[in-house]
Design a protein around this ligand. Structure first.
Ligand code: PMP
Length: 422
């Protein structure tokens, strides 16, 4: 029975019933948080062995003392483990410190001050610089652009990647220097880019000769099902299309080992890597190689990474199941919401009735459940339809998560009923 088939009296009755349920939830004095995709303590515990590594043997495979300065490119044995995941030759992978977001930041800032290998001048002296932003997308990507005055051009994010026609149109503007993309299990919709879309993006004719795809593969190995979805080989596709310098590939162990004490990775063409290292070398004498060594020892191999991710999956998949089951049970019959059922990654993306997302988030907050602000997944925080809400199920305990999603579903129903009755 969808809302459209209900009479005004029936909607009023539903509103009254849900409001009573909401009050009862409010009286429980909840304090729950679904805002950020943080691993749970149980997930972090999987990597506690790191805390006692590397121990007294602190030399890497080549005999270098990891405690000392140097080694800008990062430890070879760890780059070898992640190169196949990034689909980049090891010689074109840099291992860094604990945040790939910092690498993305540096790439933008270096480009603004110096230009990239194919630039005629620094991006920062151009009249305007723009980035294509598939939305819904990752709020921190958008925040970085806003921080540096880079204009955002929104394109729709579909289930198989960004809307290529919209991207094709946008890149006719020479001010468009790049685009963001989370190719696998995207934040927040869980979309996985298809080979066909990746190939089209690799081949696109762009007005800017120095156009870059910031390919943020934060969830490359973060499967929630048996299907081990493989990310397209964007470097190979770009090389084949004659745009070898186009992709800049990011990854990290933030959701593999410790979110705050992991290792970040950057992969790209030999020219881009040389460019990055030349500027990075002014910013730091070298990364935390002790952390890199303990990661190499703990993970052991690319297979070791996949085995660890299976253990994460055992903890995470039931949580995603909880979210989807409650949303289905509570909301499906009313036709007022849609949600993703991702095969990997860290988020469920919920679309509620147009114009009610902000109200839903307000209601959940007043019942003690913190959600990411409505609109956060859009450039400038503006969801043109005020309908999208990002759910991050990883951190709360299973019981807390179920309660939080119950509050959310109740709030979705109340906000929808309010709109119908208004
Ligand atoms: N990229 C995406 C798409 C993310 O969702 C996140 C974490 N929420 C990050 C990057 C952050 O990665 P890191 O911890 O390596 O900075």
């Amino acid at each position: 029975m969808s809302f459209d088939d209900l009479s005004r009296d029936q909607i009023q009755a539903l509103f009254d019933e849900q409001t009573a349920a909401y009050r009862a939830l409010q009286e429980r004095g909840l304090k729950l948080d679904l805002t950020r995709g943080k691993p749970s303590p149980e997930q972090l515990d999987l990597s506690n062995e790191l805390l006692s590594l590397p121990g007294a043997d602190f030399k890497d495979a080549s005999g270098t003392d990891t405690r000392n300065y140097g080694g800008l490119t990062g430890l070879l044995e760890l780059r070898e483990i992640f190169a196949p995941i990034m689909r980049v030759p090891t010689s074109q992978v840099v291992a860094g410190d604990n945040a790939s977001l910092a690498m993305m930041h540096d790439n933008l800032v270096f480009a603004l001050f110096h230009g990239v290998p194919d630039s005629e001048q620094p991006w920062g002296v151009e009249e305007s610089v723009k980035f294509v932003c598939p939305a819904p997308g990752y709020d921190r990507h958008f925040a970085l652009l806003e921080e540096y005055g880079i204009e955002m051009v929104t394109v729709p994010m579909n289930a198989d990647g960004p809307d290529v026609d919209a991207v094709r149109e946008a890149v006719k503007d020479p001010a468009v220097k790049g685009m963001w993309l989370v190719p696998t299990y995207s934040n927040p919709t869980g979309a996985v880019i298809s080979e066909a879309v990746a190939a089209e993006l690799a081949a696109l004719e762009t007005a800017a000769p120095d156009f870059r795809i910031f390919w943020d593969n934060a969830y490359a190995v973060h499967h929630l099902t048996d299907q081990q979805t493989k990310t397209p080989d964007i470097l190979g596709l770009c090389v084949a299309s004659g745009h070898p310098n186009r992709p800049v590939i990011f990854a990290s162990t933030s959701k593999i080992t410790f979110a705050g004490a992991g290792v970040s990775f950057l992969g790209s063409s030999p020219d881009n890597i040389a460019w990055y290292l030349s500027h990075l070398g002014k910013r730091t004498i070298g990364p935390d190689k002790v952390n890199q060594l303990r990661h190499a020892r703990y993970l052991g191999s690319t297979e070791g990474v996949h085995a660890l991710m299976e253990r994460h999956r055992a903890i995470l998949a039931p949580k995603f199941e909880t979210v989807v089951t409650i949303l289905r049970d509570r909301l499906a019959e009313y036709g007022i919401a849609d949600w993703t059922e991702p095969a990997g990654g860290y988020f469920v993306s919920l679309d509620v009735l147009d114009g009610t997302a902000s109200r839903v988030v307000e209601l959940t907050r007043e019942a003690g459940v913190a959600m990411t602000p409505a609109g956060a997944a859009f450039p400038y925080g503006e969801d043109p339809r005020d309908r999208n809400i990002r759910i991050a199920p990883s951190f709360p305990s299973p019981d807390d998560l179920a309660t939080a999603i119950d509050v959310l579903a109740t709030s979705v129903l109340i906000a929808a009923a309010e709109q119908y009755l208004a």
